[in-house]
Design a protein around this ligand. Structure first.
Ligand code: PLP
Length: 368
């Protein structure tokens, strides 16, 4: 029996010879960081590819979250989802704000807009939703609530690279959106990230803030941070951008095969594509109903691991269950029943551009 390792994801890597050519150019000109030509080229290429007006590159996907809250001078309470990667809530905490958790919609895994209003207090200043697994939030409803109550909206769009709704980038929603280009994501620069904004003034301010707040040689506009992407990773990103559409197409084929094979398996459900949405197939979560399936989620997870197939239980535990946050009133499990149900039934199957038909068959055989 084949027991070679299948990981949940595998990074999209540029052609090594092509990358070497770019490195030689960087070595020749000796400009290796601080808004060099590759940095500028990648920002322009991403804006074009994503269909957004302005992109500011960052050194990872967590710092644009922190910086967005700083730039918008967010204070007090920020409404967010517990069903995400910890960085979402950490960014709120690092800004000295209080996260307020709102339950998710079980149909999407995203924050349930119907529950947001009840969580608003006089201290609320912002909403930080996540397009979890790249599935678009109900951005229209969220914006209506934000407009009614005078709140800012910052989307953690770390999973939503290239996602479009009716041909419009999901990244144009809200006041700002952030992306992660970590090695595990659909598009990667090894470590990296970006912020998406809608006007030039904000772009300039963010560019200052990610460079210590330095505006010019003699002006520091505020307590900025250092989150600049260097030239090598910018060059790597430019090469990867050329192959990301092919990678997404390959991921889509994996999703199609999983869905076909798992459709009639009792006790297993998964998300379908949403009408009008260009998905990026960043993850393939399945949900296990222990009674109907005849095995618990954790037992299936362990069985797969024993066969060298590494699924991941994204997002378990919930952020609201971690020690920093579990004492919060909004973190009580009774407040978050759907998030708990999802966190305790989810298993993300291996999903990347390089999965072979044999790999997929091995995974399906383990489940069936
Ligand atoms: C990956 C991720 C981040 C953090 O991005 P890094 O580039 O690893 O710092 C933030 N939020 C979500 C939802 C993520 O999945």
């Amino acid at each position: 029996m084949d027991k070679s390792l299948i990981t949940v994801t595998s990074p999209l890597l540029p052609n090594l010879d092509e990358f070497h050519e770019e490195l030689k150019k960087i070595w020749d000109c000796k400009w290796i960081t601080n808004n060099g030509s590759y940095h500028k080229k990648l920002e322009a290429a991403l804006a074009e590819y994503l269909g957004v007006p302005y992109v500011s590159l960052f050194t990872n996907g967590t710092l644009p979250l922190l910086t967005a809250l700083q730039a918008l001078r967010i204070t007090g309470e920020v409404i967010t989802t517990p069903y995400s990667f910890v960085a979402t809530t950490h960014s709120i905490w690092w800004n000295g704000c209080k996260p307020v958790f709102v339950d998710i919609d079980p149909a999407t895994g995203n924050i349930n807009p119907d529950l947001i209003e009840a969580a608003i207090t006089p201290k609320t200043t912002a909403i930080m939703p996540v397009h979890v697994y790249g599935k678009p939030c109900d951005t229209k409803r969220i914006q209506e609530i934000a407009d009614t109550y005078g709140l800012k909206v910052i989307y953690d769009a770390a999973h939503a690279f290239g996602v479009k709704v009716n041909d419009e980038s999901i990244l144009n929603a809200g006041d700002m959106s952030t992306l992660s280009f970590h090695a595990t994501k659909v598009f990667n620069t090894i470590e990296g990230g970006a912020m998406i904004m809608h006007d030039e003034k904000t772009k300039k301010r963010i560019d200052d803030l990610k460079n210590f707040g330095i505006h010019d040689e003699v002006t520091v506009v505020g307590p900025g941070i250092n989150s600049k992407m260097d030239e090598m990773r910018s060059a790597y990103g430019l090469l990867n951008l050329r192959q990301v559409d092919a990678a997404i197409a390959a991921r889509q084929q994996v999703a199609i095969k999983y869905r076909e094979a798992l459709l009639d398996v009792e006790g297993i459900t998964f998300f379908d594509d949403m009408p009008g949405v260009r998905h990026n197939y960043s993850y393939f979560p399945i949900f296990i109903d222990e009674k109907a399936f005849g095995m618990s989620r954790d037992a299936l997870y362990a069985k797969m691991r024993a066969a060298n197939v590494l699924g991941r239980r994204y997002f378990y535990p919930l952020i609201s269950e971690f020690s920093t946050y579990r004492g919060l009133e909004s973190a009580r499990p009774e407040n978050l029943p759907n998030a708990h149900k999802m966190a305790y039934s989810v298993l993300c199957l291996p999903m990347h551009h390089a999965l072979s038909d044999d790999d997929i068959q091995r995974i399906i055989d383990l489940i069936r």
